[in-house]
Write a protein that binds this ligand. Structure first.
Ligand SMILES: [Zn+2]
Length: 246
């Protein structure tokens, strides 16, 4: 009989990760944070893209418009060890390089610098990567494999619960900001594993929870966490822990 694994990942090392991690700890969830060691503490803004609350929220929480720019501030180096304690740390490009689109030398330098810096800062061995902008190639995957990586995450969702055939092309089940995420959680709770293990893998950027005014997406995120938490038939784990058994 297979087992059911639930994991999360968040990219870019943002200030909003602190709020996500508070919720994850509150509900006993674990996950992986994909960090750019060359960008710690950098500050910026990104434009909100649309309505991303993924379930109905009560009046007063929901506020559909207007959207504006949201903060994209990365956590400074002197805070990261404390913030991410207990979570897995993975690489995401030293300065967020799209590895499949840069030269081979730049690709290798980006991976090497990010991996070395994160391993030194956190005192762990990095075995996972998330492709910045989802950008990858066979050469990138071969290099990651040669450097001891066990998995690397792309962006395009599967909408399902299968472990990937190719761990260096690790597709998540869904983004957290798609309405489908809530449906997948409900399906996953009902699903009986057969011979094969099942994996529900949801990802996002924590700043995306700020797109919608009035905390609607944060509210929806907490309801999703609450909905999946505390079940004896689900293993709550980081990305690499989910892979450890295969
Ligand atoms: Zn990113």
């Amino acid at each position: 009989m297979g087992k059911k694994y639930f994991t999360l990942s968040f990219d870019d090392g943002l200030e909003q990760d602190k709020r996500v991690i508070r919720l994850m700890r509150q509900y006993g969830l674990k996950g992986t944070f994909n960090l750019n060691a060359g960008l710690f503490g950098t500050r910026g803004e990104v434009k909100g893209l649309g309505t991303f609350s993924f379930q109905d929220c009560p009046e007063g929480v929901k506020h559909k418009w207007p959207f504006s720019y949201v903060q994209h501030n990365r956590i400074p180096l002197d805070e990261v060890c404390q913030v991410y304690e207990g979570m897995e740390i993975a690489t995401h490009g030293f300065r967020h390089e799209p590895l499949g689109a840069v030269s081979e030398d730049e690709m290798r330098a980006s991976v090497d610098a990010d991996k070395a810096a994160l391993e030194k800062i956190f005192g762990t061995t990095v075995v996972g990567h998330a492709y910045a902008q989802g950008s990858t190639s066979p050469a990138v995957q071969a290099y990651l494999k040669a450097q001891g990586y066990q998995y690397a995450r792309v962006v395009f969702p599967t909408g399902g619960f299968a472990f990937p055939d190719d761990p260096l092309n690790f597709r998540p089940s869904s983004s957290l900001i798609l309405k489908n995420a809530v449906k997948l959680v409900e399906r996953f709770k009902r699903e009986e594993p057969g011979e094969k293990d099942l994996l529900l893998f949801l990802w996002a950027h924590s700043y995306e929870m700020d797109y919608e005014k009035g905390n609607a997406s944060w509210y929806a995120l907490e309801r999703l966490f609450e909905s999946i938490a505390g079940r004896s038939d689900i293993v709550y784990c980081t990305n690499s822990e989910a892979f450890a058994h295969i």
